[in-house]
Design a protein around this ligand. Sequence first.
Ligand code: AMP
Ligand code: MG
Length: 399
Amino acid sequence: MLQLEEARERILAAIQPLAAETVLLSAAARRFLASDVVAPIDLPPFDNSAVDGYAVRAEDTKSASQDSPMSLRPALRIPAGADLRGSLQPGTCARIFTGSPLPTGADAVVMQEDVTAERDEILFREPGKPWENVRLQGEDVKSGSVVLRMGEPLAPGAVALLGALGLQAVAVCRRPVVEVLGTGDELQETGAPLGPGRIYESNRAALASLLERDGAIAKIFPLVSDNLDETRTALRHALETSDAVITTGGVSVGELDFVKEAFTNLGGDLDFWRVAIKPGKPFVFGKWEGKFLFGLPGNPVSAFVTALMLVRPAILRWQGAVETRLPSHPAVAAEAFTNRGGRRHFMRVRVDNAGRAHLTGAQASHLLVSLAHANGLVDVPPNTVIEQGAPVEVMRFDF
Ligand code: AMP
Ligand code: MG
């Protein structure tokens, strides 16, 4: 049985970032850069004012004080967006606004709250300090410098930076198309009363929403019954129309578990099955003609946890992401976390804003209420009790 880290490495080693495509900036958030971004201009592009006030030559106001204000004639008026910069003559000042270009000659802006404006003269009661309230050209970004690196996620803040640099579009890696399949004779579509012995199918929507959040284009495949031929036909069709197929159920050791057999019948190459984690031990990864199979367990919590741990990294790597682990942070166990089993147990917790991690309920892999209330997982080692008050690391999935 593989350790989780080894399973993840095998998956990531098999996956290459998909081809680059160009997207408008308005659609770029949450995508990953396919190449480094080099700044085409300085930011700010020109020296400009940080406040509404008066641009001065600091030298001209250096002897200003409360008792003996200095008077300067407002010789220029420079609204934001002005294209005529003009130059500030000694002994004068310029009415200026936030974002207005600084006239040549000026080296300070005094806030309007700090002056007395008369009709033809502006009274300064304290000296303007050199470069105060001036935003300098290039202080944020120098033209020609690398501002964002290949594989970095385009958070909204990065989109702001790219927009300010005048980029209309960026190159990002294509999003993977995944087909999400559910297998099992007991599964029923929602929308009709439950038949005897049936349950409503819930994994496909859960996994599709989980993986879409990380950039996958998820397609819901019709339910597949526990039958070898049907499973094989479904797998072939799904593999042909996607980059990867995510199945749930049918990967255990029961005689009605057909996913592995159907996949190898198609000529698929099984890389591994079974990973030493709880929930989620049965897990299949395989390749078929450049496509991939992720065979997840049927139990909803097992499917969810293996999708987070083993499918999500692949979804991110296809998009060119460098970082594929879940975000995590330290917290304190609000109660004891007990793992009496021989496999690492990823327990569902809800961590509050004070950094206290609470179990969300019983931890069996079919229990959905404790999944619905969780915002993170804590990796509890085999045969271990984490005492109340002990430090834990919480992997978050509520981003
Ligand atoms: P299996 O891995 O096929 O043996 O399924 C394990 C458990 O998960 C069984 O109780 C199934 O009924 C349940 N299960 C399998 N697939 C789904 C699904 N798509 N939605 C909800 N429960 C499922
Ligand atoms: Mg089944």
